[in-house]
Design a binder for this molecule. Structure first.
Ligand SMILES: [Mg+2]
Length: 153
């Protein structure tokens, strides 16, 4: 998807990289409305996957329910290295923890969610947008006018 950002330029995003715990799920549960929004983003052309350190051992079930892929990434360096394989200049990442920090340094657009599990301050300081929830974050990518309003100069 291409977003035209006044004063900034064109932002072309092809891949959405999600963190799992505390981002895509909150306390182990997928928030209402996430699945429909991911489906919409796929229709808009996004490739969607999540990176996880295998904390809860429920990745396959979540990936199946949501119809997205996942990659095992057990620490922040692995997350960064996996992102580097995905043309990071066209990636948007959504995360919340310190494990997402190195990844945030290499992708094009960085979004952090607060939700019930919080956001690490170092990761927050390396992000472009902080937003309350994963549903709000996905809406921002779906409704280009809201993303443009946040990013324009
Ligand atoms: Mg997390």
């Amino acid at each position: 998807m291409v977003y035209k950002i006044p004063g900034v330029g064109e932002l072309e995003l092809k891949t959405l990289i999600l963190d799992l715990n505390g981002t895509l799920t909150v306390k182990g549960e997928i928030p209402d409305g996430v699945k429909q929004r991911l489906t919409r983003l796929k229709e808009l052309g996004y490739r969607i996957l999540f990176f996880t350190g295998n904390t809860r051992n429920n990745e396959d079930e979540i990936a199946s329910v949501l119809g997205i892929d996942w990659i095992l990434a057990e620490n922040g360096i692995t997350k960064r290295d996996e992102a580097l394989k995905l043309d990071p200049d066209t990636c948007v990442s959504i995360g919340n923890g310190l494990i997402d920090l190195e990844l945030m340094k290499v992708v094009k657009l960085r979004i952090v969610t607060l939700q019930a599990e919080g956001v690490h301050v170092q990761t927050l300081l390396n992000s472009d947008i902080i937003i309350p929830s994963i549903v709000d974050a996905l809406d921002l990518l779906i409704d280009s006018s809201t993303l443009v309003a946040t990013l324009r100069k």
